[in-house]
Ligand binder design. Structure first.
Ligand code: NAP
Length: 433
């Protein structure tokens, strides 16, 4: 039997402790599946005395994760500290430079430094595996990189942040305002005390940068992604979406267009009968459109210790078996730089909610301004019981056929100048699915 794979784990928090527990529980099955035992021989965290509910007696303790990464006694370095900066970055660099394979769940590090780290892995013939960085237990990295290695991708989109999906689900089902649902998510431990990173879409963007790289061969680059969060969504939008056959989800979308790869994160209307629309609460999902196959959707727990540790352990298993794949599915020299897509050139359907002044000529003015931009309407709904009931104005909901974002923005600016609406119109992009 081959010698045991010796694993060093830096970070013993939610994911690290769950990993250690799972390695202990699955000891025999892992040895059988990988052809060798997997042993956690060294660990690092900030506090040596904290009770983490796992047995660490046999593991060598390192106060410094970088020293652990360099330790000659480990075969694999597992980084579960988090953050794009040090010590996570320096520790991963140290391990790869020493020719040691690395497993990480750190989306922030990969979205910022992934290409450089993949280059370092290539140079030192080490593996850099990150299944846990996107979608928790959902094996989406392997699906794109290996399971669909022979496919040409058209589009990939997903619900990649459980906090946002939980908030939108509660808003829709219980007709509650955003702020109240956010507070509840914080109380239940689904949202951070400082929730901005999740609700403003940045967490989703980091994960999308990784998925886009795997699907389209782009250099993972968070700054090339258009990002808009969910804080402007109101219960009135969710109620209107429901009546019109849609749901609102925060999606990360990467799509091949004639102008290049468009990467964007924003609240999105999806048809209620689509697979992605069924995904409620903290669950994550990713849909892949590839040439010649109908959409494929993977759904599952996107966070939590056990779910994330399951993905980390699958990456460790690959290393135990001697499998080494290019981190982003192809050599780094073949990854292409990607520019930020100008959203004014985005084409698609739009949901628009206006507070229209209740006076003769309003409808005609709005219709004229839309026609000037060659925008055709799929439906127009005037709802007296939805939205803000203001004296002298009524909420109007418009659903457009595919049109350009530039046209929509120009038409709405003109309608604003005509003084036939009050307040700022709500605009939500519709994703065809
Ligand atoms: N939690 C999830 O559901 C989830 C899901 C997907 C991906 N991830 C990713 O997994 C990684 C870990 O997340 P987590 O939720 O497990 O984080 P966490 O609970 O905050 O744990 C972080 C761990 O890192 C240790 N640490 C922090 N700074 C350190 C330093 N300077 N030196 C040594 N150790 C240090 C902490 O030590 P102490 O315990 O001693 O303070 C702690 O054990 C992150 O990249 C995260 O994005 C997490």
């Amino acid at each position: 039997m081959t010698a045991a794979l010796k694993v060093g784990v830096a970070g013993l928090g939610t994911v690290g402790a769950a990993l250690i527990a799972q390695v202990a529980r699955q000891r025999e099955a892992l040895a059988a599946r990988c052809g060798r035992a997997i042993e956690i021989t060294a660990v690092s965290a900030r506090s040596r005395t904290k009770d983490r509910g796992v047995d660490l007696k046999k593991a060598k303790w390192f106060a410094d994760p970088v020293a652990l990464a360099r330790d000659g006694d480990i075969d694999v370095f597992v980084e579960l500290i988090g953050g794009a900066g040090d010590p996570a970055k320096r520790a991963v660099e140290a391990a790869l430079s020493a020719g040691k394979s690395v497993v990480t769940a750190n989306k922030a590090l990969l979205a910022k430094h992934g290409v450089r780290l993949a280059g370092l892995a290539e140079k030192h013939r080490a593996a850099l595996n990150f299944e846990a960085a996107v979608g928790g237990a959902i094996p989406i990295v392997k699906t794109l990189r290996e399971g669909m290695a022979g496919n040409s991708f058209e589009r990939i989109y997903g619900i990649l942040n459980g906090t946002c999906n939980y908030i939108l689900t509660r808003m829709e089902q219980d007709k509650l305002p955003f702020a109240e649902c956010l507070k509840e998510a914080q109380r239940l431990g689904y949202a951070e005390a400082d929730p901005g990173f999740d609700i403003e879409g940045h967490d989703t963007a980091q994960k999308l940068a990784i998925l886009a790289s795997l699907a389209f061969g782009t250099k993972a680059d968070q700054s090339a992604i258009y990002v808009e969060g969910i804080s402007s969504i109101q219960p009135a939008d969710l109620a209107a979406a429901d009546e019109l056959g849609y749901r609102v989800k925060l999606l990360g979308v990467a799509v091949k267009t004639a102008k290049g790869i468009e990467q964007r994160v924003h609240p999105t209307m999806v048809r209620k009968d689509s697979a992605i629309a069924q995904v409620m609460g903290v669950t994550n999902a990713v849909t892949v459109d590839a040439e010649g196959i109908s959409p494929l959707t993977l759904v599952g727990p996107g966070a939590g210790g056990a779910a994330t540790a399951s993905a980390v352990l699958s990456d460790i298993g690959d290393i135990a078996r001697g499998v080494r794949t290019a981190p982003f599915g192809r050599p780094t020299a073949r990854l292409a730089a990607v520019r930020k897509a100008p959203m004014q050139r985005h084409e698609g359907g739009y949901y628009i909610r206006l507070q229209a002044r209740d006076k003769p000529g309003t409808a005609a003015t709005i219709a004229k301004r839309l026609a000037e931009q060659e925008i055709s309407l799929e439906s127009i709904v005037q709802r007296h019981h939805q939205g803000r009931r203001e004296k002298g104005s009524v909420p109007v909901i418009l659903i457009t056929y595919a049109t350009s974002e530039d046209g929509v923005r120009k038409a709405l600016a003109a309608v604003g100048r005509d003084r036939v609406i009050s307040g700022t119109p709500q605009v939500i992009r519709i994703e065809k699915n």
